[in-house]
Design a protein around this ligand. Structure first.
Ligand code: GRF
Length: 188
């Protein structure tokens, strides 16, 4: 039986794009991305999804607190896995309860370090650089009601050079995300 995924993205959506394209090009994987949800009407991820003819949904703050429209959409599309790909709002309790162990996230660092509120995007890589870390990496984890705290499914590391800039770290980590997220999602 195939797995039906809703992607949640607030930004560029490069991870979302990799997942959509991978699973479209490989129907034998038995994974179908059926919806892209964003909290930001100007998100690049929404345009990318629309270009691919994928249904999209923009959630507003008011609906997010209760989630009626969102839950209805997820239910109507028979979504069985929610994949966060650069989604910045905290996932509310009703969603965690509606999809227990069925929501995953990717974080661009080796959790539990460099996670939590405010640790996203370049803030993560700048903190890694400032701390003089010799490695960074990615963490794919289940989502609970706190930022970046659910149980870890997969981690992969990259070695860092002292000369690496935060931008260079970001690029290498993002490449690692693109190579691994779909694989882990496929295996769930
Ligand atoms: C990624 O680095 C991901 O780890 C984090 O947000 C970023 C999203 O990038 N959660 P993109 O929008 O997929 O390009």
């Amino acid at each position: 039986m195939s797995k039906r995924i809703a992607l949640f993205a607030s930004g560029t959506g490069s991870n979302a794009r990799v997942l959509i394209d991978r699973f479209r090009e490989h129907p034998e994987d038995g994974v179908e991305v059926v919806l892209l949800v964003s909290n930001k009407s100007t998100a690049g991820a929404l345009m990318m999804a629309a270009e691919r003819g994928l249904p999209t949904l923009v959630v507003k703050r008011a609906d997010w607190t209760e989630g009626k429209e969102l839950l209805r959409a997820l239910d109507a599309l028979r979504v069985d896995l929610i994949v966060l790909a650069g989604f910045l709002w905290l996932i509310p309790a009703y969603l965690v309860q509606a999809y227990p162990n069925k929501i995953v996230n990717i974080h661009p660092a080796l959790l539990p370090k460099y996670g939590g509120k405010g640790m996203y995007g370049r803030h993560v890589h700048e903190a890694v650089k400032a701390a003089g870390e010799v490695e960074s990496g990615i963490t794919i984890h289940y989502v609970d009601e706190n930022y970046d705290e659910g149980s870890i499914i997969y981690q992969a590391a990259v070695r860092l050079d002292p000369e690496d800039t935060a931008e260079q770290i970001a690029e290498r980590v993002l490449r690692l995300e693109h190579g691994n997220y779909w694989r882990v999602v496929y295996g769930l």
